[in-house]
Write a protein that binds this ligand. Structure first.
Ligand code: GTP
Ligand code: MG
Length: 267
């Protein structure tokens, strides 16, 4: 198990968290769990874990310094050790913010659809502030103000989130087809990717099967591992990031990640 440290040491690994995003029509009544995964990893203290994150925003919050007129969040950085390796993770979430006036995604100059945009590896945003929590927007000065380093980051690998719980208004087909398109783009980029199944505390059997079937498609066969997580129950979250860091490093020895039931038992 990785040892937690607050230092800034270790090899830099920039991770982009992606997965079904957009309006309710796209993602159903709830998000897939990208923000909760980032929150659980970056702010490990139980009191700092929030279940409610930004999604539908006012125009002024969208243009504030945290969102900075872009459809991604900078979650900050955190160091972790496992065996003899130490990494400093920079964490980004690629999402799509919806305007609370018209319930459509905010328009930005780069008009690429989410599936194309979310796989960018060169991320730039001048003066963008780290996101802490929903209440921070509008009163940024009352929270730690940390900038995205140099206003740019270069993505080393992706955690692609697949929600295995049943969400009203979302079909398995919709999630499968969106994620297949995202995964194909990542494979073309030759960047490492882990399929992180989310909400395993509320998993439905079909969801688990659909995720397994997705990575077994012949275009992916063999190169996309699955890690079964629950951010709410803090299961396998850290393991997913460490496995990805080892894939970025092309390490031969990889962390052994237990399946959800076993991981919950030994937690
Ligand atoms: P957008 O960025 O708006 O697309 O959503 P997201 O993918 O960031 O999802 P978010 O993390 O905001 O979570 C969406 C909903 O799923 C919230 O109601 C969370 O409480 C719930 N959720 C997230 N993680 C878990 C989990 O591990 N277990 C359960 N049961 N629910 C979860
Ligand atoms: Mg989110």
């Amino acid at each position: 198990m990785a040892k937690k440290s607050e230092g800034t040491g270790g090899k830099l690994v920039t991770v982009s968290i992606v997965g079904l995003s957009g309006t309710e029509k796209e993602k159903g009544q709830l998000g897939v769990g990208k923000s909760c995964l980032c929150n659980r990893f970056v702010r490990t203290h139980a009191d700092d874990y929030n279940v409610d994150h930004i999604s539908v925003l006012s125009q002024s919050d969208f243009s504030g310094r945290v969102v900075n007129n872009e459809h991604f969040l900078y979650w900050g950085s955190v160091s972790r050790q496992h065996d003899d390796s130490e990494w400093r993770f920079e964490v980004l979430e690629q999402t799509e913010f919806v305007d609370d006036a018209c319930f459509q995604p905010f328009r930005v100059s780069k008009t690429d659809a989410y599936v194309k945009r979310c796989v960018s590896t060169k991320i730039q945003s001048a003066e963008k502030l780290m996101y802490v929590c929903k209440n921070q927007l509008g009163i940024e000065k009352e929270y730690e103000q940390r900038l995205m380093p140099d206003g740019k980051l270069s993505v080393d690998g992706f955690l692609c989130v697949y929600d295995v719980s049943l969400v009203p208004g979302r079909s398995w087909e919709k999630q499968n087809e969106t994620l297949a398109a995202i995964l194909q783009s990542i494979i073309k980029l030759k960047k490492p990717v882990v399929l992180v199944t989310s909400k395993n505390d509320e998993a439905c059997e079909q969801g688990v099967r659909e995720a397994e079937r997705l990575v077994q498609r012949k275009e992916f066969k063999g190169c996309i591992p699955i890690v079964e997580t629950s951010s709410h129950d803090n299961v396998n979250v850290e393991q997913a990031f460490i496995l990805l860091a080892q894939m970025v490093d092309k390490a031969k020895a990889r962390i052994k990640v237990a399946n959800y039931a076993e991981a919950l038992r030994i937690r």
